[in-house]
Design a protein around this ligand. Sequence first.
Ligand code: PMP
Length: 404
Amino acid sequence: MAFDVQAARADFPILSRRVHDKPLVYLDSAASAQKPRQVIEAMTRAMEHSYANVHRGLHTLANETTDAYEAARRKVAAFINADVDEIVFTKGGTEAVNLVAQGLGASLHPGDEIVISDMEHHANIVPWHFLRERKGVVLKWVPVTDDGRLDLGAFQGLLGPRTKVVALSHMSNVLGTINDAKALARMAHEAGALVLFDGCQAVVHKPVDVKDIDADFYVFSAHKLYGPTGIGVLYGKAERLTELPPYQGGGEMIGVVSRDEITYADPPHRFEAGTPPILEAIGLGAAIDWLSGQDRLAIAAHEHGLYDRVRERLAGFNWLRVIGDAPGKGAILSFTIDGAHAHDVAQILDRYGVAVRAGTHCAEPLMRRFGVTSSARASFALYNTEEEADAFVDALTKTQAFFA
Ligand code: PMP
C-alpha cells in the first residue's frame, strides 16, 4: 500500500503556514517533529475534560487521569514490544540516558570500561563522561568509517573483560546511519556487557522490537515521534530495572518512608519521582495511536524516496559535501557548502521558507571526525513531499550563489 502523504499532511495544522511569504518546507524533524491534530486534541481534551494528578486521589478525575496515564504506558510498551512494567517515563531521551548511567555508575569501579562511539549525540556521551570524572571509568570509542558506519572490527577489538556497558546510537542524528542493533547487542553480550541503545532517531523511522534486539536499555523521546516535548521513554529489561537504584527521590517512588528508613516502589514507578508528565504521556499515547494507524514500512519507503531524490540531484553539485553515506541510511542529509558557514546556509534557506538545522548537532566528536566545525542538516519526515524535496534543492542552488 502506497503511503498517502497528502492525507497525512492534512493532520498536521502547522504545515499549512507560510514563512517569509513562502510555503513552509519543514526539514528539521530530526530536531523535533511537528504534531498531528490528534495529539493536540488528546492533550486539550484531557485538560478540558478529565484532568487531575495521577495515582494520588480516590476521586473520579484522579482515577480517569491515572487510567489515561497508565494506558499511555501500555501503548508505548506495545509499540516497542516490551512489557508494561519495563516502560519508565522520563522528561526526555536525555534524562533516560542519565537515569541509566547514574544507576549503573553506582556499581562501577575505576578502570571499568564503557564503550560508546564517535557518532553519539551528547546525550549519550556526557552522562558517561560524568562516570569517567566521578568513578574513574574508562571511555572507549568505536570509530566511524569514512562513509559513516560504525567500524565493527574496531568495536570487537574494544570489547574485553572490563567492558561493563556498551551505549550506542541506533540511528545517527547527523549521518542518518542505522546501526544493526541486534548484532551490536549480541557482540556486547558475548563480552558480558550490558547494552543501551539511543533510539531517539531510529524509533521514528522504523519499527523497533526491543526483545528481538535484546537490548538491556532502549531510550527515546516523544517530541521527535510526533508527540509532545517534556516526555521520554526508558525501556529496561525487567531484571535490569529491578537491579537499578532509584534516580531521583520524591513522591510516588517510595514504598515506605520513616525517619530512619526508606524502601522503594517497584519499577517503573521507582524511577518516576514527583508529578510525572501526565498530559505529555497522553499526547505520546495519541502520537503512537496515530502512527500505528499508518503503514510504517510504506512511510519508511516514502522517506527513503525523498532522500534518494534529493541525493541524486545533489550528486552534480561539486560545491556540496555530504557527510554520511552509509548503505541503507535513513533520510537525514548533513552537508557543507564550500566557502559557506552552515549557520549562514540555514539562514538563507529560511528566506526561501526552508527550515534546516545548522551547527554541531550536539555531536562534537563526530564533527571532529569529519574535520568540520559544523554542518547543515536537512531531515525528512513522513509529511514531506517530493515538491518540498525539489524546493529544498532549488533553494540550495540559490543559496550557493551567494557564496560562489
Ligand atoms: N539522541 C539523539 C540521537 C538525538 O537526536 C537527540 C535529540 N536531538 C537526543 C538523543 C536527545 O533527546 P532529547 O533532547 O529529546 O532529550
